[in-house]
Design a binder for this molecule. Structure first.
Ligand code: AMP
Length: 592
């Protein structure tokens, strides 16, 4: 494999001219105020995400283009045009209206990648209702935690998921007033205290006047995991749509004629910002595959669906690499012209692999739930340095900072101007999709800022040419297959097992998924560590947390290392697991 340290910006592939090719010039000309003008705004003067994504196209020829194309094994593809999506989302907004759901109420969606999910998200936004799409592979515990934290009033889910993950715990979610069920397959399995969404939609009018939301009205609530405590609900407002629109151009180079595939699930922020919003805003056709990863299937879809822009994740790319070049070489991808990836460090190897196997390099980019949209990216406008996350997009100022006092509140930092120095990645907080708070957690929110700098919690360095290189997380949060997992959430569930006295959870490096969740547990007196008990604890965690969050490995320890103040030292568990130096252990409790 040819492994150049720089992959030069290439001339456009095919007839499509990239949106930009002058990095410095575009940055100096850019302003968020001008960017807002590219969108139409509401007739009443506000801005509404769903109106911009769907209804704005109704007076243009895009109205008849396919907005969303759903594919699944053993089922014919289902295409929804922009006009049809507008009608369906209007119906959904009317359903909410009929139920008396008010602007500002919170709606959760728990469903696979099916039309109802997209219709519910966009329809709720039209009604001014705040939406949280949840990952359908979550177990009952993370689901109930999030619905309760967000005081969810409406839940849209499938009959199958309801029976498995909601019904037995429904009493523990007192805020839920309405549960709207969609049939997973065939006819709906009716359940008491639920409503049949299909029937409600059929009976609803397809005319609805989108609520004139202001840019600052809450629109999306995305949960993200921290090191301690419950997940944090990052609140995003309607004007975030300006970032979705602009970054869809700069970082994904979306053009109206594109056939786009974002492989992220809408249960995670990428799947909402770039699986729903950004492509619709550009009027492109999005492919939505309802199946799980399968290398052969993915190559087939890329080729047969004539995907031109593809946004995926490092874990998926590594799984494709593992499946071998021969499989890829059975396909041709003449339509493909731009590939990007996000969510975890992208090995340089994967960038070169893209060049060799797909004929295109992979453009890594960086952002997080809190930023709501892509901040730093490799783009068509400049050369790629494989292994780097790229450069800040127009409208984004990024810095490397060091903390002046570690436990200080509010944090105080110093910007490190010298290139190639490691520090925390910080961004000047002035872009529209910046989160506006952690729900009911002002204190935690305040800790994210040093003056006007938002502290990302990631460690990075910037080179002399302004490229940013990811170094690691500043905290103990785990990234597994691109999903952020809070160790505390996992530890809490492990502790509920009758035999477990204490639990500490770490991310153990893994060549394919980045990190796997590994738990260390000590047992209560009288319990014996053996294989049967290990399997029992694993099964308990899987049942409660779901396969995406539960530990893959459990090790027994007589006692876990704790600080003198009683905190489990996950860092030490990790260092010991990896055979690394233990670092500063001065706060370690004696005997641990
Ligand atoms: P989430 O909020 O779940 O989207 O996760 C955001 C976190 O994922 C970031 O804070 C980083 O730790 C990590 N991340 C996202 N993109 C990249 C990237 N391109 N390279 C390395 N880490 C990344």
């Amino acid at each position: 494999m040819n492994r150049p340290a720089v992959i030069h910006k290439t001339s456009p592939v095919g007839s499509v001219k990239p949106h930009w090719d002058d990095y410095e010039g575009e940055r100096s000309r850019f302003s968020w105020r001008k960017a807002r003008q590219a969108l139409s705004g509401m007739p009443g003067g506000g801005i509404n995400m769903a109106f911009e994504a769907v209804d704005r196209h109704l007076d243009t020829p895009t109205r008849d283009s396919v907005a969303l194309r759903f594919v699944a094994r053993n089922q014919p593809a289902l295409d929804l045009s922009y006009a049809e999506l507008a009608r369906q989302t209007n119906r959904f907004a009317n359903v909410l209206e009929g139920l008396g759901v008010q602007k500002g109420a919170h709606l959760f969606v728990l469903a696979g990648r099916m039309p109802a999910l997209y219709i519910a998200v966009l329809g709720a936004l039209k009604k001014g209702v705040v939406v949280t799409p949840m990952f359908s592979a979550f177990g009952p515990e993370p689901i109930a935690t999030r619905i309760n934290l967000g005081a969810g009033e409406v839940l849209v889910t499938t009959d199958v998921l309801y029976q498995r993950k909601i019904k037995p715990w429904r009493q523990q979610m007192p805020s839920l007033r309405h549960v709207l069920l969609v049939a997973e397959e065939g006819g709906l399995t009716q359940e008491p205290d639920t409503l049949d969404l299909g029937q409600l939609l059929r009976e609803a009018s397809d005319a609805f006047t989108t609520v004139n939301t202001s840019g600052q009205d809450p629109a999306l609530l995305h949960f993200t995991s921290g090191t301690t405590g419950t997940p944090k609900g990052a609140l995003h407002v309607h004007e975030a749509v300006v970032t979705h629109f602009q970054t869809g151009r700069y970082a994904l180079d979306l053009h109206e004629e594109d056939r786009f595939w974002c492989t992220a699930d809408p249960g995670w922020v990428t799947g909402t910002s770039y699986g729903i919003m950004a492509p619709l805003l550009q009027g492109v056709t999005s492919l939505i595959d309802r199946e799980e990863f399968d290398a052969e299937r993915w190559y087939h879809l890329l080729a047969e669906e004539r995907i031109s822009v593809w946004y995926t994740a490092p874990t998926a790319l590594r799984m494709l690499m593992k499946a071998g070049k021969a499989l890829a070489q059975q396909h041709r991808f003449p339509a493909l012209r731009f590939v990007a990836s996000v969510g975890e460090p992208l090995n340089p190897e994967a960038v070169w692999w893209g060049q060799e196997v797909l004929g295109l390099p992979i453009h890594d980019n960086w952002w997080q739930t809190e930023t709501g949209g892509i901040m730093i990216a490799n783009t068509p406008a400049f050369d790629i340095k494989p292994g780097s996350m790229g450069r800040p997009l127009p409208g984004i100022d990024a810095f490397i900072v060091e903390h002046l006092e570690f436990e200080g509140e509010p944090p105080r930092v110093r910007v490190l101007e010298t290139p190639d120095v490691e520090g925390e990645l910080a961004l000047r907080a002035n872009w529209p999709s910046m989160f506006r708070g952690y729900l009911n957690n002002e204190t935690r929110y305040a800790k994210c800022f040093a003056g006007d700098l938002y502290l990302t919690g990631d460690l990075a360095r910037r080179d002399a040419e302004g490229y940013f290189w990811f170094v690691g997380r500043a905290d103990d949060v785990i990234k597994s297959a691109g999903h952020l997992i809070g160790p505390f959430e996992v530890e809490s569930v492990l502790m509920e097992h009758a035999a477990v006295a204490e639990a500490g959870v770490i991310g153990k490096p893994d060549p394919v998924v980045g990190e796997v969740v590994k738990a260390f547990v000590s047992l209560k007196d009288g319990c014996t560590a053996n294989e049967m008990l290990r399997m029992d604890i694993l099964a308990h965690a899987r049942k409660r947390l779901g396969p995406a969050v539960a530990p893959k490995e459990i090790a027994f320890l007589p006692v876990l290392p704790r600080t003198r103040s009683g905190k489990i030292m996950r860092r030490l568990l990790k260092a010991r697991e990896l055979g690394l130096p233990e670092g500063d252990t001065s706060t370690l409790e004696a005997g641990a």
